[in-house]
Design a binder for this molecule. Structure first.
Ligand SMILES: [Fe+2]
Length: 276
């Protein structure tokens, strides 16, 4: 299946600048060498350069606010997307789980900017973001999000194998409809392990710092959630109410639904700057 992404006129204006993120032969500019270039994606990129300083960076509350302010104000049109795209009008095939498409706007070792396109009923299964801070901005559509954080305690046995279910606390379980505020997850809080189910066709912008990197130990793991009472691994006495918030997460092989189709980003191009 190919998802066609057409562009609104906003991208054409900016693409005339012929600045591209992908080729290293293009010179990076220093802020002083340019007249002020300000469009929402560029502002986001510039702020990310400021905020994400590499592995181990967890943005301060002030930095989180700064990025959220920019993302909260961003619209699909700012990335060359329009509600009228054929993608957002296509109905899904009965019985088949539609495939998610993904496009990368920018990626460095410090952060990445990606858009995920989910047809109605498409799934992004439960997955984690090891050591990462992630900003999710729903640009278009309606999506159900479920998010967990692993429960860690000082007396936790480090020798527990990855195949053994891990206790997790439910942080979000609800519907989100664009336009809505940006949600933020951190390495150990905010719902670092999450899943998406598109109710209508959706576009979600992800800012990840740092990005996934297998070689640096930040590979993606997938999970299945199992109700707390369904497994005999009780480790704490909990009230009825608490038990509803706790689930077991079993690590699983990469599910078929998590295979994504890569598509070319054709929206406004970032003008790269040298980071300080
Ligand atoms: Fe994610």
């Amino acid at each position: 299946m190919t998802i066609e992404v057409r562009l609104t006129d906003v991208s054409k204006v900016i693409r005339k600048k012929k600045c591209c993120r992908k080729t290293s032969s293009k010179r990076k500019r220093s802020p002083a060498s340019l007249p002020e270039i300000s469009f929402p994606l560029q502002r986001l990129y510039m702020s990310c350069l400021d905020v994400f300083k590499g592995v181990g960076t967890v943005p301060s509350p002030t930095d989180v606010q700064k990025l959220c302010r920019i993302l909260d104000g961003m619209r699909a049109e700012d990335l060359g997307l329009s509600r009228n795209l054929r993608f957002f009008k296509t109905s899904s095939t009965v019985g088949a789980t539609p495939k998610v498409a993904c496009t990368t706007i920018y990626q460095s070792e410090k952060f990445s900017l990606c858009i995920f396109f989910l047809p109605a009923n498409a799934l992004i299964p439960l997955h984690n973001h090891p050591g990462m801070t992630v900003f999710n901005k729903l640009l278009l559509g309606k999506v159900h999000i479920k998010a967990y954080d692993l429960v860690t305690s000082s007396n936790q046995d480090d020798s527990i194998s990855p195949s053994q279910p891990k206790l997790a606390c439910l942080k979000a379980d609800g519907l989100f409809t664009a336009p809505c505020d940006t949600s933020v997850l951190y390495p150990t809080s905010g719902g670092n392990i999450h899943a998406f189910k598109a109710i209508t066709p959706c576009a979600i912008l992800d800012v990840m710092g740092p990005p996934y990197s297998k070689k640096d130990g930040r590979d993606c793991s997938y999970y299945r959630d199992v109700p707390y009472d369904a497994l005999p691994y009780e480790r704490a006495v909990m009230s009825e109410e608490e038990r509803e918030r706790y689930w077991w997460l079993e690590e699983i092989e990469m599910p078929k639904e998590s295979e994504m189709e890569g598509i070319e980003y054709m929206g406004p191009q970032i003008i790269e700057m040298s980071s300080s």
